[in-house]
Write a new protein. Structure first.
Length: 283
């Protein structure tokens, strides 16, 4: 069982609720869509799933249908009573809290391997995904529904128009791909944009620290990310200018990177080589 448009409207009326624009609340009201998301997530009996922003529980129900153990994290205290009434009868656990502030070790207690499946509010999608990749290694894979443009940035590669800072940082932690599109018509209220379904799977052996460099060279993630931020922060400039003061001119040659190149021309391996060369030359 999942929620139909009529049932969502009845819940909103019963609990005197109005979707919050400030919290980016757009509730999925199409059973086929939430079942499709659950199927693409590839979860089932024996899996532990954490959902962020469950709203009224449409996706939560679809995830529970698969046999997975579901924990739903919801920040809106006004929604909690309605959410509990919908999902606790099917065994889902509800945690009230802000996904960007909760103690994830407590939320995910009881298991060390989790999947995140969520319809993420547009305003927190990118920072939350990156935060979880950095700080919550127990989440080994994700299937997230986000604004289409956000999804394309998360999964982009060199040569794609959407390639940018999030693309490189996600690639450090895992592989990402857009695996589906979702029209505005399945939401209440309907957003003005199309959504994308993005699958992210962590690298099984941790970040590829050598990324094409000498395996004995330890590429510092924070330094690499700092260069990426600086390079894309002035993406129209050549790297020799946007990274001036951060990368010694000779480091470009050592890394096999053209100083005339722009940030969007470098894949993760090239950024790693440049980071290692800059560290070696003391820039």
């Amino acid at each position: 069982m999942t929620l139909s448009p009529r049932q969502v409207k009845e819940l909103l009326d019963e609990y005197e609720l109005t979707p919050s624009r400030a919290l980016g609340q757009n509730f999925v009201v199409d059973p086929n869509t939430v079942r499709r998301i659950a199927a693409l997530a590839g979860v089932g009996p024996g899996d532990r799933v954490v959902e962020v922003g469950p709203g009224l529980g449409s996706l939560t129900l679809a995830l529970a249908e698969t046999g997975a153990a579901v924990t739903a994290v919801e920040v809106d205290r006004h929604l909690i009573p309605a959410l509990r009434s919908v999902v606790e009868p099917v065994g889902a656990r509800v945690v009230e809290g802000d996904a960007r502030k909760v103690d994830w070790s407590e939320v995910l207690a009881g298991g060390d391997r989790w999947a995140l499946v969520a319809n993420l509010p547009y305003n927190i999608a990118t920072p939350l995904v990156l935060d979880l990749l950095v700080g919550v290694p127990a989440i080994e894979r994700m299937l997230v529904m986000v604004q289409r443009e956000v999804g394309e940035r998360l999964a982009a590669h060199v040569g794609d128009a959407a390639y940018g800072i999030p693309s490189v940082k996600v690639a450090w932690w895992g592989t990402a791909a857009v695996v589906g599109r979702v029209p505005p018509t399945v939401f209440l209220p309907q957003p003005k944009v199309e959504s994308a379904l993005v699958r992210i799977v962590r690298h099984p052996d941790g970040p590829p620290v050598d990324a094409g460099t000498d395996p004995d060279v330890d590429v510092d993630r924070e330094r690499l990310f700092h260069l990426v931020d600086a390079g894309f922060g002035q993406r129209r400039k050549m790297l020799r200018r946007s990274l001036a003061g951060l990368v010694d001119p000779e480091a470009f040659g050592a890394a096999g990177v053209r100083p005339e190149a722009r940030a969007e021309e470098l894949d993760l391996a090239a950024w790693a080589r440049l980071t290692a060369a800059a560290a070696t030359m003391g820039a």
